[in-house]
Design a protein around this ligand. Structure first.
Ligand SMILES: [Zn+2]
Ligand SMILES: [Zn+2]
Length: 244
């Protein structure tokens, strides 16, 4: 598989000193993808074929709704509804024709199966996933080729739990044999150390709320409770990319 390297954003990321720079890059990827589906791109027939067919996951539909671009979104929603109408017509008819509770139950359940099928796949998640794969691939490639990068990563705060899984999954495309084994161990030792560090910061926050520690320094733990959450779940998550 030929994957384009994203050396500059990944190097900038490792230098930013956050709990997971893949999270930062993915939040940006999410913003870019939302902006794209609220831009004039949705005026083009090719893009509307996609939005009508695949749509978005509930999280990204709500980001579109709050994105402040009523005209673009109205166009997307109008034809999305039109396409849905064709898909749901039969189901509506069956519900109206039901002559017993059992038949109604069957018709409603089949109606919602088609709704759940319609909800599958998200174009914003798909665009994000392309970037995620490139970022994760680049981390593995730079780790192998560039000793300076390896050192910077070693000294960084590592990655969140969620993106460690992605980094390992994509590493299997970039590395093999001993390189893969060493990289895998490296990722998980970084994760184990980071989890301990974040827990320690969170613990210090609990101590800071005790009156005897009131005047002691925060040691950078003012946001430890949030970091403890996001270190596990990550940010800018890809939820449901379109599978074709
Ligand atoms: Zn992350
Ligand atoms: Zn999505």
């Amino acid at each position: 598989m030929k994957i384009q390297l994203e050396t500059i954003p990944v190097w900038d990321g490792v230098r930013e000193g956050s709990e997971c720079f893949i999270c930062s890059l993915m939040k940006k990827a999410e913003e870019d993808a939302v902006r794209y589906y609220l831009s004039s791109a949705v005026m083009t027939p090719e893009v509307r074929v996609e939005t009508n067919r695949d749509g978005f996951c509930s999280h990204h539909f709500s980001l579109l709704a709050e994105g402040g671009k009523p005209q673009s979104l109205a166009l997307v929603m109008d034809t999305y509804y039109e396409e849905s109408k064709g898909i749901y017509a039969k189901g509506f008819e069956r519900i109206q024709d039901a002559s017993s509770p059992r038949k109604l139950e069957k018709a409603v359940s089949s109606f919602f199966s088609s709704v759940h099928e319609r909800e599958k796949g998200c174009l914003i998640c798909s665009r994000m996933e392309e970037r995620l794969v490139r970022y994760c691939y680049t981390v593995a490639a730079l780790w192998k080729e560039d000793s300076e990068f390896r050192k910077a990563l070693e000294e960084s705060k590592g990655f969140c739990m969620h993106h460690t899984e992605e980094l390992y999954r994509v590493a299997k495309e970039a590395l093999s044999g001993d390189d893969l084994v060493q990289y895998g161990k490296f990722l998980f030792s970084l994760l184990e150390r980071s989890l301990d560090r974040v827990q320690h910061d969170d613990w210090w926050m609990t101590q800071k709320y005790k009156s005897e520690n009131k005047d002691k320094p925060w040691n950078g733990c003012e946001d430890a409770q949030k970091r403890a959450v996001y270190k596990l779940i990550g940010e800018g998550r890809v939820i449901d990319p379109v599978s074709r």
